[in-house]
Design a protein around this ligand. Structure first.
Ligand code: GLV
Ligand code: MN
Ligand code: MN
Length: 439
């Protein structure tokens, strides 16, 4: 089944337009206005293709073929449409548009088969259902916790997390969901409000799901450097995120001698460099640590900073190494803060374990890449993905395409048009193969 390349590219370009920061990359946080516009655009496509639409209390969307039946297992594909601040146009959106393109191609095939077209794949050959999934709040841009939507559907997050997670204005996830203007008047959309949050309701029935596939840009330099068109993901790195709050003594920047200062920002500066030094000492050179978010109070040029809050994340393919690096970093922070007589509070924000994807799917995709003559590589993912959460429960595979210059989470994020198309056609072929085989 051949995808419609023009339609795919037009969908991707349309999503690029739903941004809070035009000309400065894509900024589309879950539950914001641009997210709502992007969702509306996608739901219109789904309705035009005569599909079923389900939206859960977390606002994860599932779109199903009209021929889906409760008696069949389901093959799923998807990703997310939320972004980081000033992010790129392909992270997440590529996997969503790819999965939608597969849906539309399948819908057209079904219509052609029903009309007696001999060139269409016969309906009896399609032994499973197909659904597109769009996970909410994958990036953690609102609440600092990545893969939030997929953590709820897998039961990793529970109702208490609705009240634990807070955005930068102090609003809880529950309140943000309550505040959403939901369009629940449209009968064709099955939408749950968080008012009726039910832990059992949101959990996916994994007994009825056969496969989950996520297509994504690589977000790193490997495929481009090696001149390859596809990556077949082996393991997804795990991560831990903490928030550190340092509290010193605010005072006048001119009248306070250097010897009697308790400066929270100088303390934070020492901590940030210490975290880098600890990770760089890793002989394996696989672990990474990042301080990507920092805020200074009161943030005035003539006031000694009283409080600094910053995040630290550590990632690696080995859970024990993540733990031991994070513990070493925390110990060092406490020493630095004690030496400067600054108070140090540390809170764990989120974590996800490293995960190996399903061998059966990796082997199947390798075979397909070889047969099609597509240069590929089996590789790890340094970025986390919703697929990683789902992989705990059902057969899960991930496909990467190259990122130009290895850039991602920045406005420069890009992928060659041909690679974009190759990845989606490869997803189409992989979905079709999964649908043709019953187990
Ligand atoms: C998601 O993009 C992540 O890896 O942070
Ligand atoms: Mn992503
Ligand atoms: Mn991302």
């Amino acid at each position: 089944m051949k995808i419609n390349e023009k339609r795919l590219l037009s969908r991707l370009n349309a999503l690029k337009g739903f941004t809070d920061t035009p000309e400065k990359g894509v900024t589309r946080f879950s539950f914001g206005e641009d997210d709502a516009r992007a969702r509306e655009y996608i739901l219109e496509i789904a309705e035009a293709a005569d599909c079923t639409i389900d939206i859960d209390a977390l606002q994860n969307i599932r779109i199903g073929l009209k021929t889906n039946s409760p008696d069949k297992l389901t093959v799923m594909a998807g990703s997310h449409i939320d972004t980081v601040r000033h992010g790129g146009w392909l992270d997440g959106a590529y996997g969503v548009c790819g999965a939608l393109e597969v849906l539309e191609t399948l819908s057209e095939n079904i219509a052609a088969a029903e009309a007696g077209d001999e060139n269409a794949v016969p309906l009896e050959d399609l032994k499973t259902n197909y659904e597109v999934v769009i996970f909410a709040e994958e990036e953690g841009s609102n609440f600092g916790s990545t893969m939030t939507g997929s953590k709820f559907v897998t039961g990793i997050y529970k109702e208490a997390d609705l009240d634990r997670l807070r955005d930068s204005n102090g609003k809880t996830l529950r309140q943000r969901l309550i505040d959403l203007p939901l369009n629940d008047e449209d009968d064709s959309i099955d939408i749950y409000s968080v008012d009726y949050f039910d832990a059992g309701e949101i959990l996916w029935d994994f007994d009825n799901i056969k496969t989950m596939l996520e297509l994504h840009i690589e977000q790193g330099p490997v495929l481009e450097k090696e001149g390859l068109s596809l990556g077949i993901v082996d393991a997804i790195y795990g991560m831990k995120v903490i928030e550190v709050s340092l509290t010193g003594v605010g005072n006048h920047a001119g009248a306070t001698p250097m010897g009697i200062r308790y400066d929270a920002l100088c303390t934070a500066a020492e901590c940030v460099l210490a975290a880098e030094e600890i990770i760089k000492a890793d002989d394996d050179a696989t672990a990474v640590a990042t301080v990507g978010k920092l805020s200074v109070f009161p943030n005035c040029s003539n006031v000694i900073p009283e409080n600094v809050t910053f995040t630290v994340e550590v990632r690696d393919s080995d859970w024990h190494r993540i733990d031991s690096f994070m513990n070493a970093i925390i110990d060092k922070f406490r020493q630095i803060a004690a030496a400067r007589q600054v108070k140090c509070d540390i809170e764990e924000i989120s974590e996800s374990a490293p995960f190996y994807l399903t061998k059966r799917l990796k082997e199947d995709m390798e075979l397909r890449a070889k047969e099609l003559g597509i240069p590929y590589k089996v590789m790890d993912s340094g970025a986390v993905h919703d697929a990683c959460m789902i992989a705990n429960f059902v057969d899960t595979g991930m496909i990467f395409v190259p990122s130009i210059g290895g850039r991602s989470h920045v406005p420069e994020e890009n992928t060659n048009e041909q690679d974009i198309i190759t990845g989606v056609q490869f997803l189409m072929d992989t979905v079709l193969n999964e649908m043709k085989t019953e187990v």
